[in-house]
Write a protein that binds this ligand. Structure first.
Ligand code: NAD
Ligand code: DAU
Length: 366
């Protein structure tokens, strides 16, 4: 196997930790550098099982810090970048859009510029290099619910790679902007890039501010389940390891300058997800059926709440043979079991205790 040196940004976050784990375990000949600022969403506990692997390095830094980005690229002779670092929560973007512009737009631009400076300085230039940018289906805007019988799929339209961008939230506006910068670096400077746009991920290690881990934790603690509006918004859910597998495949076999949509053809109304979560969690906790249903509380809708997302990922299937491997029922059960088996993971996060783990592991070293 050819040796490679791959910088994975945001590797201490939810999806990033699954990508790092997969690459460290599957590619012992690769040097994997996890570049992460450890914001509230970054957690080195997510990577305990690989942190001592000889092909794993951690760099505690901000993607907006051009000097450290440049130094890291040169020090490790990086030839591949998989860029996941971002502010990722829509509700936070509604409260503080500037943080999203800073990391998602300026941070991505900083990475692009420093990768360009470094790679153009090499005798072989861009040969064998790749800047792979991980993005979201939210850049495409929102779809209608237009199935009169109300069954899934909930509408006749899907997001394809040709769907024009129409972001609504500050989060999706910042991701759309970063996608455009990535493509501009290909079109202007010839940088080899790939962009993928994925639907909602779920699974272990997701920060408990997002719907599924938040609600599992609340059911466990008997707390209210705050459903926005009437719970009729539709999302397309994909198990996180299926996303990591797609990223691996696309990183190695994807076509440069191409966009791939990644999704599960798995649409669910929020309220149906909440009921399914209650059913599985109550069963695994030994509660009587329907025990936690009274926790459902309808609250004021999210501002600008996109009605429906649904991804058409046929290009990825046709060109690279990728398909989701897990049925939703199976993925949900696996996910609930993981959170119930690792209650201290969510509890430590909500208490902020995990930050001490970093200090214990690395002292004050940045
Ligand atoms: P997350 O919030 O769980 O993790 C983000 C990680 O990025 C954290 O480890 C954090 O410390 C790090 N980070 C944030 N700002 C940084 C900075 N300035 N410098 C360095 N590191 C920084 O996010 P996630 O849900 O794992 O999403 C990862 C990526 O995938 C994001 O780009 C997101 O837009 C995209 N995405 C997420 C989903 C989803 O359902 N979660 C779906 C499609 C695409
Ligand atoms: O579609 C991909 C996107 O999926 C990613 O790009 C984002 O990073 C990721 O956070 C996710 O965005 P969503 O806004 O769809 O995810 P979230 O888990 O926040 O919400 C899922 C749905 O559940 C959404 O319609 C809002 C609703 N919701 C969410 C929360 C947190 C509630 O009804 N109540 C809640 O408390």
């Amino acid at each position: 196997m050819a040796e490679r040196s791959i910088l994975i940004t945001g590797g201490a976050g939810f999806i990033g930790s699954h990508v790092v784990r997969r690459f460290v375990n599957r590619y012992p000949g690769y040097n994997i550098i996890n570049f992460d600022k450890l914001t509230y969403a970054g957690n080195l506990e997510n990577l305990r099982d690989v942190e001592k692997a000889p092909n794993y390095r951690f760099v505690h830094a901000d993607i907006c810090d051009a000097e450290t980005v440049a130094h890291t690229l040169r020090e490790h002779k990086v030839d591949g970048i998989i860029h996941l670092a971002a502010e990722s929560h829509v509700d936070r973007s509604i409260r503080d859009p500037f943080a999203f512009a800073r990391t998602n737009v300026l941070g991505t631009l900083t990475l692009l510029q420093e990768a360009r400076n470094y790679w153009e300085s090499l005798p072989e230039g861009y040969e064998g290099k790749l800047f792979y940018h991980i993005s979201t289906d939210e850049v495409y805007g929102a779809l209608q619910l237009d199935r009169p019988d109300g069954g899934a799929p909930y509408g006749s339209e899907f997001f394809t790679e040709e769907t024009p961008y129409a972001p609504h939230s500050p989060y999706s506006a910042s991701k759309a902007s970063s996608d455009h910068f990535v493509r501009a670096f290909h079109d202007t400077y010839g940088m080899p890039v790939i962009v993928t746009n994925c639907s909602n991920n779920y699974g272990p290690y997701q920060f408990p501010e997002k719907l599924i881990p938040l609600f599992i934790s609340n059911i466990r603690h008997g707390k209210k389940l705050p459903v926005y509006g009437e719970g009729l918004n539709v999302r397309d859910w994909l198990y996180v390891e299926d996303h990591a597998r797609a990223i691996d495949l696309i990183f190695h076999r994807g076509r440069v300058a191409r966009t791939y949509n990644i999704g599960g053809f798995n649409e669910w109304k929020n309220i149906d997800i909440v009921k399914a979560l209650i059913r599985v969690t109550d069963r695994l906790l030994g509660n009587p059926e329907g025990h936690s249903l009274p926790l459902i509380t309808y609250i004021e809708d999210r501002k600008g709440h996109d009605l429906r997302y649904a991804i058409d990922s046929s290009r990825l299937k046709e060109e690279l043979g990728w398909e989701p491997s897990l049925q939703f029922e199976e993925g949900l059960e696996k996910t609930v079991r993981w959170y119930l088996d690792n209650p201290e993971w969510s509890d430590r996060i909500t208490s902020g205790e995990y930050r001490d783990y970093y200090r214990r592991m690395y002292g004050d070293r940045e």
